[in-house]
Design a protein. Structure first.
Length: 520
């Protein structure tokens, strides 16, 4: 009986191995190994996004349920185009706004709606009086974010394509920011008690601030202190730097000023897009540099927040196909896996909604990268991170987790290929935008050194999992795939038995898989 039972188990494992490996070519597979008995930590959530779940423009869908489905954990209030803005001014003829929204009628509608949604519309009004504020449009989006299950990451500043000039009265600007925090956290002016923790000052000052660096520092000083006066436990920081590798006035200079003046700086925020590299490991590498910099400047306790990231910063229609593709789904998958071991504390993808560069379509349809975020959200249901070997840092990456009760083990695998012959995709702004930015040549800005040794990825994987928590018990194996033709589709379902299993499959580049093992 014992011999027969062992043969049955062995045959079951062989069936799992052979059936799963039918499409894999030996010697042409990346080898992954998971020890399901070794917990190395907790799987971290990097499900943050920019873009509200309510429509940013007329004709776009409400996505509260979709944000819930992706387990979005933070929503950064940037580029809401009116709501959450303190003093923005929208104009039809703004060069940046024309570039972002080329259609005249659509842009005009956005301008009208944006100007009607600003929180403090009259710069001559008294910031101490509730009647000076127009909270309604912002209340609506804050409620929607909370209804989606996400936290609010409040960006204090202005949207893309609005005025870039310093406020006329810095003290008044700071007072308005203070009263916004009071409204949403302390109930001021018939407000709320939302407990908004993160307050980020400005966005990409290299591009969206026309004043001097000294003016920027002073506005931050007054605003950060005003916010801390509401509640000293609020996390206040900035400055959402566009070019994180540039040691300029808005990185080293800003940090030096904050240190010298002993200003609050609970976090430093920065952005990265892979236009110049196509490398999903960029955020990890930049995160290492930012962490070293913060520690050296005396901000060892300050968090490092990646408040914008994506494969490309190109929001024009010509790039949309790439951003919605399986290729970007795999880029996102690999980047999310690499973030697990990074020195980055929080990240917000740009962006989550159905506007430019968004994860969803006009009819709430999921684009390919949205399915990757959905797969990553499911991995959070098995939060005990397991020891896994075999990932590389060039795009073929994997992550494994186990449920707390030990009945489920999951593995996320992403096969992203950095093109061996990659050439940088530098955005070329229209002439009037270049004039605003004084002819910045993006290709000449400081950046990460290009990594060498890029070779084609293997076209498949061999995955072995040892010491499964259910021992000799029976379990199900489900394999879900994201590819050019599959949308987190269940492509295989079978059973296994025992504490060890091997799975092998062909897996071309631009593919993501979620493998779910569950005790029966």
């Amino acid at each position: 009986m014992r011999i027969g039972k062992r043969l049955t188990i062995l045959c079951g494992l062989l069936v799992c191995w052979c059936a799963a490996g039918a499409g894999a070519a030996w010697g042409q597979a990346r080898v992954f190994h998971v020890d399901a008995s070794k917990v190395t930590g907790k799987i971290r959530s990097f499900q943050g996004v920019n873009g509200q779940p309510t429509p940013v423009m007329a004709g776009l869908p409400n996505l509260v349920e979709q944000y819930k489905d992706l387990h979005v954990n933070f929503v950064r209030t940037h580029d809401f185009m009116g709501p959450t803005e303190l003093d923005s001014i929208f104009r039809d003829d703004d060069p940046l706004l024309k570039w972002l929204v080329p259609d005249n009628s659509q842009r005009h509608a956005l301008v009208v709606a944006g100007n009607a949604s600003i929180i403090f519309p009259d710069e001559s009004a008294d910031p101490e009086k509730p009647e000076s504020y127009r909270f309604g449009p912002t209340d609506e989006v804050i409620r929607a974010i909370r209804a989606s299950g996400a936290e609010v990451y409040y960006r204090v500043g202005r949207s893309f394509g609005v005025n870039r000039n310093p406020p006329k009265d810095f003290a008044k600007f700071a007072s308005v920011a203070k009263h916004i925090a009071m409204h949403y956290n302390q109930g001021w002016a018939n407000g709320f008690h939302e407990g908004i923790r993160y307050w980020e000052f400005w966005n990409e000052p290299e591009l969206f601030w026309s004043g001097t660096a000294e003016q920027f520092y002073e506005l931050y000083a007054q605003t950060s202190r005003a916010l801390k006066s509401v509640d000293p436990t609020l996390k206040v920081g900035g400055d959402a730097k566009a070019f994180a590798m540039s040691p300029d006035a808005y990185r080293d200079g800003f940090l030096d000023y904050c240190a010298a003046k002993k200003l609050p700086l609970d976090f430093y925020s920065w952005h990265t897009y892979a236009n110049g590299s196509d490398d999903p490991y960029d955020a990890f590498r930049i995160g290492e540099e930012i962490r070293k910099l913060l520690d050296a400047k005396g901000f060892a306790k300050a968090e490092s927040i990646l408040s914008e990231w994506n494969l490309s910063a190109d929001f024009t229609e010509g790039e949309a196909k790439i951003l919605r593709s399986a290729r970007n789904a795999a880029f996102v998958g690999s980047a999310l896996i690499y973030l697990q071991d990074s020195k980055i504390d929080q990240a917000e993808f740009y962006r989550g909604d159905a506007a430019w560069m968004g994860l969803f379509g006009l009819h709430r349809e999921y684009f390919k990268p949205a399915y990757t975020f959905k797969a990553a959200s499911r991995l959070l249901e098995t939060p005990e991170r397991l020891e896994l070997s075999g990932s590389n840092t060039f795009g073929f990456a994997a992550l494994s987790g186990r449920s707390t009760e030990g009945k489920t083990v999951q593995i996320l695998i992403s096969n992203y290929q950095i093109p061996v012959d990659f050439k940088p995709n530098n955005m070329i702004p229209p002439a009037d935008v270049q004039a605003l930015w004084h002819g910045i040549d993006f290709s000449k800005l400081p950046s990460l050194p290009t990594r060498q040794g890029i070779t084609p990825n293997e076209p498949g994987y061999e995955l072995s999992i040892d010491k499964l928590p259910w021992g000799s018990g029976e379990f199900t194996i489900k394999r879900y795939r994201i590819s050019e033709t599959e949308d987190l589709k269940l492509v295989e379902e079978k059973t296994g038995r025992g504490g060890n299993i091997k799975i092998a499959n062909a897996m071309p580049v631009s593919t993501v898989e979620l493998i779910v093992l569950q005790a029966r």
